[in-house]
Write a protein of this length. Structure first.
Length: 140
């Protein structure tokens, strides 16, 4: 019994403190069985105010139109490709641990060629190079 009362309070207190209670006591036979809802607002002075249900009467207030800026209508969708700087390539070279300088240079140059679309490697080999670079980046 005590647990049931506590659970009931746990449900009712948030509803009352939220300032609005909505109930659906019956169905309206004249509108095809739509639920009749009553909305009540708890005022700061402790009184309740009943708000008319606009859905039941069919009188919904019209919203005011707002002009949409042209910048929203046609956003810039052109793809831009960022260009890695020399500092980016130096960082990439610096995080390659366990490789000789020649291997680092070869990997960086091959990555630059893959990025520029001028690599002579097959797609599988390019994928392996990029995977290796990715592993270094994850480890960093």
């Amino acid at each position: 019994m005590l647990i049931a009362m506590l659970l009931g309070c746990a449900v009712l207190i948030p509803l009352v403190s939220a300032g609005e209670i909505s109930s659906s006591p019956m169905k309206d036979p004249g509108s095809g069985g739509k639920d009749l809802t009553t909305t009540m607002i708890l005022n700061p002075d402790g009184t309740l105010t009943k708000v008319p249900d606009t859905a039941a009467t069919g009188k919904t207030p019209l919203l005011k139109a707002v002009e949409i800026p042209d910048t929203w209508k046609k956003p810039d969708t052109s793809a831009s490709k960022s260009v890695p700087s020399d500092q980016d390539w130096a960082y990439l070279r610096s995080i390659m641990t366990g490789l000789s300088d020649e291997e680092k240079d070869r990997l960086v140059e091959e990555t630059k060629q893959i990025y520029n679309g001028t690599s002579a490697l097959s797609k599988e080999e390019q994928s392996k190079v990029l995977q290796q670079i990715g592993e270094f980046l994850v480890q960093a």
